[in-house]
Design a protein around this ligand. Sequence first.
Ligand code: AVJ
Length: 329
Amino acid sequence: MSSVQPFGLSDDDRRPPSSDLLEVVQRGLGARPKRLPSWLFYDERGSALFERICEQPEYYLTRCEIALMDEHAADIAGALGSDVRLVEYGSGNAHKTRMLLEHLRAPVTYVPVEISPEPLRQSVERLATAFPQLPLQPLCADFSKPLRLPIPPRAPRRTVLYFPGSTIGNFDNRSAAALLRKMRNEMGDAGGILIGADLKKDPALIEAAYNDRAGVTAEFTLNMLARLNREIGSNFELSAFAHRSHYNPMAGRIETHLVSRREQQVKVGRVNVPFRTDEAIQVEYSCKYSLEDFAALTARAGLAVQRVWTDPQRMFSVQYLVRASMSAR
Ligand code: AVJ
């Protein structure tokens, strides 16, 4: 295995081969109601569209998380302590990572974990110039599966898993708890999780964030179908589907669908998938949390919230989680 090279791009061989894509899509479209997993958004164009979403005036999440880091990065770095191995789930937005790294004392290594090789390479490149002294150990892997972390260049005091952006909100409560439990195992006894969680607020503000006026989010959602047409040879007609995102106040989450504008059939491999007019494919959840909701979720995973930071408008939170048994000490 090549996972020991400090600067190499190690490839986790347990990533699903791409031939599974057709099977994933056929299974999702065979289910009732129809659904497709949200990680399908992030091909190269999807990742670029997501970055444009982050610049839309309605999409408050990124701006608020950056404002939060602006105000609290030094305090957060203090809570993490010195000699940390920082593992980021999703190579994400270099800006937030930089703000954290700038304040960390003697970090041991930075390990971005990302399923798509190109964004991973880019994020490493950007960080290498900004932090020439910092060892970088990119890992090409699916962070929802158990990870084999590269061996660090020296022994870290603790491993901190950084999971910004409220990506945890894409998982329903049960899968989110399972993912947090997996992370709890990966970070070890002394480890911690630094995680972004979007907070409950006026539903109109939340809904606007997923229905920007410029239509970038709609383009992002529809791009999933363009990707499938290209990669598995399906024949979705993009103009025959519409983006729909609404806030479900009972579940506390944005629910995004691709809605069929008419009755139609779509070819997916050898299968013909029928759609009724207005029939929806569920493509994404984005859960929103009260501080109590999130504490309950972490407790289900054997974790405890040690610190919470919010932006000045209390729109977004970054929380530091440790093992429940450690927080009492
Ligand atoms: C990257 C998962 C945090 O759910 O807000 C943005 C993705 N989807 N607009 C989110 C997304 C539509 C985003 N996360």
